[in-house]
Write a protein that binds this ligand. Structure first.
Ligand code: GRG
Length: 298
């Protein structure tokens, strides 16, 4: 399969659906909705919604059911909220994201906090909309909401961010680094695949295999992110390179060197793909996505 065409097609579907789903302009809340939309449409790769769709396709076949799209888009809303808040002066204090001024530099700090809050809450509105009868068995929506809330809450993404902030400017162990990554980045990636698995009505064994795939993939994603921070150009990254070293952050390249880190990323990708051994050709997008994440340059 041609992964580039697949990704471009899925990305377009996410972009179009997000535009349709966001509240329409035309009232006093325009500026708030504009600030949410500014970051949502700033050129993200849409990795999380695409993982959700690809996991569902691995189970249901390659004809995408459009009823899945609002759930996939909810994942992108959550991801975008996390980036807006991560960039705030009280957190990473970044002026650029995806090559564009960060949300707070345009809409102010309060506007950016509210854009993040709006996106997070809107995601759960999308997830709980019960306008697609027959998409999920009874209790399926509640399971989706529970999975995601757990992944991004105090023991997931938010907790990981808190650990990361507390670890700044002090040496940390590999175990601490792994814990931060598993919570901060890995939990939402895993939940994206699990959401697709629930939508695809996975058996327990399939759910476990897809969860294991996502665990390895999340690790590869973070390791590659660390490598890009060392080796990427500002044009590729959409922000200044080398920020991890500048903030003296513990990273994989700092612990294992660039070559050792690349090898670890490759091993994680292979481990992810090997978890899919029980799946047929319908899981090819998931296999190619793992390779794509290893080779990505932004
Ligand atoms: C503020 C609650 C809160 C959480 C923030 C995810 C996160 C937690 C912060 C982002 C910090 C960061 C750069 C982590 C590395 C991995 C990562 C999430 C990269 C950005 O994701 P991509 O590459 O971004 O999917 P695009 O721009 O393509 O959407």
């Amino acid at each position: 399969m041609d992964i580039k065409t697949y990704l471009a097609n899925r990305r377009q579907l996410v972009d179009d659906t997000l535009t349709q789903l966001l509240p329409p302009p035309g009232n006093q809340l325009d500026r708030h909705v504009e600030s949410m939309n500014y970051s949502l449409q700033a050129g993200g790769k849409r990795v999380r919604p695409i993982l959700c769709m690809a996991a569902a396709e691995a189970l249901l076949g390659r004809e995408l059911d459009p009823r899945l799209l609002p759930v996939a888009c909810a994942l992108e809303c959550i991801h975008t909220y996390s980036l807006i808040h991560d960039d705030l002066p009280a957190m990473d204090n970044d002026a650029l994201r995806r090559g564009k001024p960060t949300n707070h530099t345009i809409y102010g700090e309060a506007g950016a906090i509210l854009a993040g809050d709006g996106l997070l809450t809107f995601a759960f509105e999308l997830l709980s909309r019960d306008d697609t009868p027959g998409l999920l068995p009874a209790g399926g929506r509640l399971r989706l909401i529970h999975l995601l809330a757990q992944a991004i809450g105090p023991l997931g993404m938010v907790g990981g961010q808190a650990l990361d902030m507390a670890a700044e400017d002090r040496p940390i162990s590999l175990a601490e680094l792994q814990m931060i990554h598993r919570c901060k980045t890995g939990a939402l990636i895993t939940a994206s695949v699990q959401t697709g698995a629930v939508l695809g009505q996975a058996s327990e064994a399939q759910f476990q295999a897809l969860t294991a795939y996502a665990g390895h993939l999340g690790l590869a994603f973070q390791i590659v992110d660390d490598l890009l921070n060392v080796e990427g150009t500002p044009e590729q990254l959409g922000k200044a390179a080398g920020s991890d070293a500048h903030h003296r952050k513990a990273t994989y390249p700092a612990l294992f060197g660039v070559d050792g880190t690349r090898k670890l990323a490759q091993e994680s990708v292979q481990a992810a793909i090997s978890e899919l051994v029980g799946f047929d050709r319908n899981a090819d997008p998931l296999r190619h996505l793992a390779e794509y994440i290893y080779r990505r340059t932004c």
